[in-house]
Design a protein around this ligand. Structure first.
Ligand SMILES: Nc1ncnc2c1ncn2[C@@H]1O[C@H](COP(=O)(O)OP(=O)(O)OP(=O)(O)O)[C@@H](O)[C@H]1O
Ligand SMILES: [Mg+2]
Length: 229
């Protein structure tokens, strides 16, 4: 039996039946500002607290801004600077030289013996590739993560009309699991409610019920006892 890794969010671990299976690649999708990066940071921070080496691949933010944002939710990444590597990638560069990424990323993972990885976000990458190429690049990412035996979270934008599907409908097929962060409105006039749902998780008995959550000064809190309506 493979071990389950805590996400660092107790309510989410319970929805997942304990956590994310070691070696799984899990997509976290949602519209803007739904807490995708925050969820990923919880996952990495939990690993760091356990003494695991972790890697953050960031397409959006530089290291300084990731460290700052983590501080705002009570995570001090600097104390783990020996265990964490933050790699900034430009989507355009990746497109120009995909072979370089394919050969260099596994080296980075092996050299640090990292156990967890956050890739935040592949949205721009997905956008700049044409249909056929998009699948190829996501499949390459999966192959690379699987052969490195790392447990990973990949964040991406959700489809505007179907929050349980990624924008291009591909990421969920290359990932072992899909967690959706959604904005739920009872009516146009009501304040929106944030809901988290484990849409898919291979080899796991998980809850399928969306639960309300909030983003606080301590990061994401899932209200397990509450119902959305
Ligand atoms: N300390 C905090 N207290 C309360 N809310 C916070 C705090 N820090 C961040 N937030 C809220 O978290 C949300 C952003 O979270 P996050 O950056 O993880 O989302 P995201 O889905 O990654 O967004 P994007 O699509 O822009 O990348 C914002 O709505 C912000 O107001
Ligand atoms: Mg983000």
């Amino acid at each position: 039996m493979r071990a389950k890794l805590s996400t660092g969010i107790p309510g989410l671990d319970n929805l997942l039946g304990g956590g994310i299976l070691e070696g799984h690649v899990v997509a976290v999708i949602g519209l803007y500002e739904t807490g995708k990066t925050t969820l990923g940071l919880h996952f990495v921070y939990e690993g760091l607290k356990n003494g695991e080496s972790c890697i953050i691949i960031s397409f959006n933010e530089d290291e300084e801004s990731i460290v700052e944002n983590s501080k705002a939710i009570g995570m001090d990444l600097e104390q783990f600077k020996d265990k964490i590597q933050i790699v900034r990638l430009e989507a355009v560069e990746v497109k120009r030289n995909i072979e370089k990424i394919e050969s260099e990323l596994p080296e980075i993972i092996n050299a640090s013996n990292a156990k967890r990885m956050l890739i935040d976000t592949v949205s721009v990458l997905e956008t700049i590739f044409e249909d056929a190429e998009r699948y190829k690049v996501l499949a390459m990412l999966r192959r690379m993560l699987k052969s490195a035996r790392i447990t990973a979270i990949i964040t991406s934008e959700a489809d505007k009309y179907n929050p349980n599907s990624s924008k291009y409908g591909l990421l969920e097929y290359i990932c072992d699991g899909l967690i959706s962060l959604k904005v739920i409105r009872k009516s146009e006039l009501d304040e929106p409610i944030l809901g988290i749902e484990v849409v898919k998780m291979r080899r796991t008995k998980h809850s399928r019920k969306p639960k309300p959550y909030a983003i606080t000064e301590n990061g994401i809190v899932v209200f397990e006892e509450a119902e959305i309506f």
